[in-house]
Design a protein around this ligand. Structure first.
Ligand code: NAD
Length: 423
């Protein structure tokens, strides 16, 4: 216990809710937000904990624990992904849910924030077991989700299949409802452009920041931690914009090539072997060496707390572009900023996913399909507008980009909550 407190007095580790609250308080102080309003906005509206009995392939019964936290819906229905991971906890889901409330507000989407998770290790489960688990989870939360209540989406270790099963199970219970989840396969009411939306958005933000900082993309270098949906598509779109991807890591290793990695060949290697380790187009290093890369952009795209008390001093990148949620422990942030390292925050950088999820929801509600070109054009517009607001606010108030983003978001959520009232 003593060691825990000591850690927290120093530089982490913090769970996502603690992490989110550190930044919340910093921004709320700048806004001089009323104490009671702070408490109201910080605490999630509803927290659901479920126990899910699932018959495994060998006939044994296993009980899984799952969560859904609905943080705030002052500005619209709750919205947020579902994570399957052995280390997911209620506190992490709380924090992730609150980040969704701030993200949807910052991007001016008519949505609130939520998040879900199930403690499981999908790498050790068959597709049939994952399907049974997903259907049980959907049954357990079916009365609390819905197109105007709470709209789940993919997150770590969940993707189109999980969303398709959720939509199907929910539709069995409450009639055909594609708008209950986003991130579905295109043939089942998904939208073109959703799969790579988060990474595409990351690349837009990097491009805008590079232009503002006088960095030419053709001369820029990046290191990407994590090579799943967000990491791969961020690297892919950055490489297409001319940026050299010098390093990519996953749980197995970090692959480095000073001349730049062939991102698509690396993905083929990962699909064949299950890891980036051993890729012939680069040198295999320890996975954590990605943080010490001398590059323009360090792009953490894996999990929260990637940059923490033990590694933050090794960072040499000019900017940290937060593609994951909560990758920088906020207690390390003052030191990083003092060293002139720019941090572009998660609620702006990775918002492409929820923006295109919003477009998917709109299409489902209207029963009208958009072309991919329209999705991409509207995504770009939304992200550019929010980026400009954040940069302007940061300059005007002489604040970090994270605090500026939170100030903009908190103002909107507080305004909506107060206008709707407490009664
Ligand atoms: P994913 O499961 O597709 O990929 C996660 C990747 O991280 C995997 O390649 C895994 O090997 C890697 N990883 C995990 N621990 C690591 C470690 N210690 N070192 C190096 N690599 C590690 O998940 P995703 O959907 O890409 O999500 C990644 C992050 O982005 C999460 O924080 C998620 O909440 C956030 N996010 C996702 C979306 C989305 O649309 N999927 C949208 C916004 C934010």
């Amino acid at each position: 216990m003593a060691e825990n407190n000591e850690n927290k007095a120093g530089f982490g580790p913090l769970n996502c809710f603690e992490s989110s609250n550190v930044t919340f308080e910093r921004a709320a102080n700048r806004l001089k937000l009323d104490h009671q309003v702070r408490e109201w906005l910080k605490i999630p509206f509803r927290e659901i904990k479920v126990h899910l009995p699932v018959v495994m392939d060998d006939g044994r019964l296993r009980i899984f624990e799952g969560y859904r936290v609905q943080h705030n819906n002052a500005r619209g229905p709750h919205k947020g992904g579902i994570r399957y991971h052995p280390e997911v906890s209620m506190d992490d889901v709380r924090g992730l849910a609150s980040w969704m409330s701030w993200k949807t507000a910052l991007l001016n989407l008519p949505l609130g924030g939520a998040k879900g998770g199930v403690i499981c290790d999908p790498k050790k489960m068959s597709a049939a077991e994952l399907e049974r688990l997903t259907r049980k989870y959907t049954q357990a939360i079916a009365m609390d989700i819905g197109p105007y209540q709470d709209i789940p989406a993919p997150d770590v270790n969940t993707g189109e299949n999980v969303m398709a099963w959720m939509m199907d199970e929910y539709s069995k219970i409450r009639s055909y409802t594609p708008a209950v989840v986003t991130g579905k396969p295109v043939d089942l009411g998904g939208t073109p452009g959703r799969k790579d939306a988060t990474g595409r958005g990351v690349a837009y933000i990097v491009g805008l920041w590079a232009a503002d900082s006088g960095i030419k993309m053709e001369e820029a270098t990046a290191a990407v931690q994590g090579f799943g949906n967000v990491g791969y598509y961020s690297a892919y779109h950055l490489a297409r914009a001319g940026c050299r991807i010098n390093a990519v890591s996953d749980t197995g290793a970090c692959i480095y090539n000073s001349e730049g990695l062939d991102v698509e060949a690396l993905l083929r290697h990962k699909r064949e072997t299950g890891t980036v380790s051993g890729f012939e187009g680069g040198q295999t290093l320890d996975k954590d060496e990605v943080f010490g890369m001398d590059c323009d952009f360090l792009i953490p795209s894996a999990l929260e707390n990637a940059i923490h008390g033990d590694n933050y001093r090794s960072i040499k990148a000019g900017a940290i572009i937060e593609a994951a949620n909560g990758p920088t422990c906020p207690l390390t942030e003052p030191w990083l900023l003092e060293r002139g390292i720019t941090i572009l925050p998660d609620i702006l950088v990775n918002s492409g996913g929820v923006v295109v999820s919003y477009f998917e929801w709109v299409q489902n509600l209207q029963q009208f399909r958009w072309a991919e070109k329209q999705v991409v054009r509207e995504l770009k517009k939304k992200m550019e507008a929010s980026y400009k607001c954040v940069v302007y606010k940061a300059k005007e108030d002489n604040q970090s980009h994270r605090i500026a983003s939170y100030m903009l978001a908190l103002n909107k959520v507080a305004g909506a909550a107060l206008t709707r009232g407490v009664h």
